[in-house]
Design a protein around this ligand. Structure first.
Ligand SMILES: [Zn+2]
Length: 442
């Protein structure tokens, strides 16, 4: 089975091994025997965790050698004995840096625990591509989730993602993220993710049943307007906490976390290599999907449009001018005003999301206009292609390259942190459903 863990792959999980042994070799083994074998195979193939920290500078060097323009960094600290120890590591691949330039200016940042001997956290920044799929931007492994480590991550991120009032940073409501965001991204908006918001609302307004109201509001407004309404009427959240776009941040962060699970107990270098391979694979598979597209609209956007078209049939349209319309629900008479020239609607979805809402579609149908003309460029095939066309090349063997002495001579020991005995938590650390809501955040 050792070969399955080689080339820095995550390999099968211990729980999968008994069945694999049974079917491939007609051999039975207990779970614990498999678990131990997996540990040994991983060490044999990927090296020990200690050696992985030592090799990381060389690995980053060859990543950049194979993929020029990628950004990596390592921060170390001196321990009591004056030895150099790992503190943080950062990696953003060239393909992601280039692709980000064509994405909508929304990023989701998230932190997740690692399961290895030296624990640590994996910090991620990602966006959403034209087909609503996770678009990874940058990754960092830090010894711990603190104000300082988040701040370091955001500082590195500013080399890729430029601060501005057109940028939204979405995260759950961890205080450390807010502090780091305010320092490095003072101009951008900060939205909290809907699922956490909903849990917080649930925790605070249990009796008054506001949770459903938030859910309903989110459904109706596809997030964009919920922040404004909530801020004013329910939560009294401070300035700057607005929700923007239809970006279901929690879906983005959680699907990324899920993809990374197989590597979260890998030594640090193997984890970064897993990420590199994952990104390379995702881009190839998206390019394949793009090459098979018949029209200009990616499948997920098409699906959303189909739903909106279906909903649009329930509306009556009254033209107010060449481009302005009053669009009302036939059953209740309530409705919105749509302006097809400015691509806006009083429901806010059209202008915030960039995809025509049901009201706008009703208006477009009234004028016999193609709805697809009103989809923002960010959701079209050409943009999707631009974002995912970067190629990430495999890393060469460091032994085949000349590595400068400042890289090869660096002796970096593992971080001071070490996982306490016992099973590590397998869930995301912060979840307002599980911990009391901190009053200062509501
Ligand atoms: Zn609308």
């Amino acid at each position: 089975m050792r070969s399955k863990y080689e080339r820095l792959q995550a390999g099968p999980r211990a729980s999968e091994l008994p069945e694999m042994l049974r079917s491939e070799f007609l051999f039975t083994a207990t779970y614990w025997k498999c678990w131990k074998a997996k540990e040994l195979a991983t060490v044999a193939a990927q090296g020990t965790e200690e050696s992985s920290y030592k090799l990381l500078p060389k690995y980053f060097y060859v990543v950049k050698y194979a993929n020029p323009g990628s950004i990596t960094d390592i921060k170390t600290e001196k321990d009591d004995k004056g030895q150099t120890r790992f503190k943080y590591a950062f990696m953003a691949l060239k393909a992601c840096i280039d692709g980000w330039k064509h994405l909508r200016k929304v990023i989701v940042v998230d932190g997740t625990h690692m399961f290895g001997k030296y624990k640590g956290c994996l910090l991620t920044a990602s966006g959403q591509d034209a087909n609503f799929q996770v678009f990874p931007i940058a990754f960092a492994v830090v010894d711990n989730e603190t104000n300082e480590s988040w701040s370091w991550f955001f500082e590195k991120l500013t080399e890729i993602v430029v601060d501005g009032s057109d940028l939204s940073i979405v995260s759950d409501r961890a205080n450390q993220i807010c502090v780091a965001k305010d320092k490095w991204y003072p101009l951008s908006h900060h939205g909290c993710c809907l699922v956490h918001l909903q849990r917080n609302v649930d925790a605070k307004f249990k009796k008054r049943n506001h949770k459903q109201m938030v859910g309903r509001a989110a459904e109706v407004f596809k997030i964009s307007a919920v922040g404004i309404i909530l801020r004013r009427s329910i939560l009294g959240i401070g300035q700057g906490h607005t929700l923007r776009y239809n970006l279901m941040s929690s879906n983005i962060a959680e699907s990324l976390n899920k993809a990374l699970v197989p590597a979260r107990d890998s030594p640090v270098m193997a984890l970064f290599e897993f990420i590199r391979r994952m990104i390379s694979r995702w881009f190839v598979s998206r390019q394949r999907k793009i090459s098979k597209m018949s029209g200009e609209i990616p499948p997920a956007v098409d699906e959303l449009m189909e739903n909106n078209i279906e909903d649009a049939r329930a509306y009556a349209v009254m033209p107010l001018s060449a481009f302005e319309f009053e669009v009302t629900l036939k059953t209740t008479g309530f409705g919105s005003s749509v302006n097809l020239e400015t691509r806006s609607c009083t429901c806010l979805e059209f202008q915030k999301v960039g995809i025509p809402c049901r009201h706008a579609i009703a208006a477009a149908m009234f004028r016999d206009l193609q709805h697809s003309e009103f989809i923002a460029d960010a959701y079209l095939k050409k943009t999707w292609n631009e974002t995912t066309k970067g190629v990430t090349l495999p890393v060469p063997d460091p032994q085949d390259l000349f590595i400068p002495s400042e890289v090869s001579d660096l002796i970096m020991l593992p971080p001071k942190t070490k996982r306490p005995p016992g099973r590590p938590p397998t869930k995301r650390k912060r979840s307002a459903g599980e911990i009391p809501v901190r009053p200062n955040l509501i």
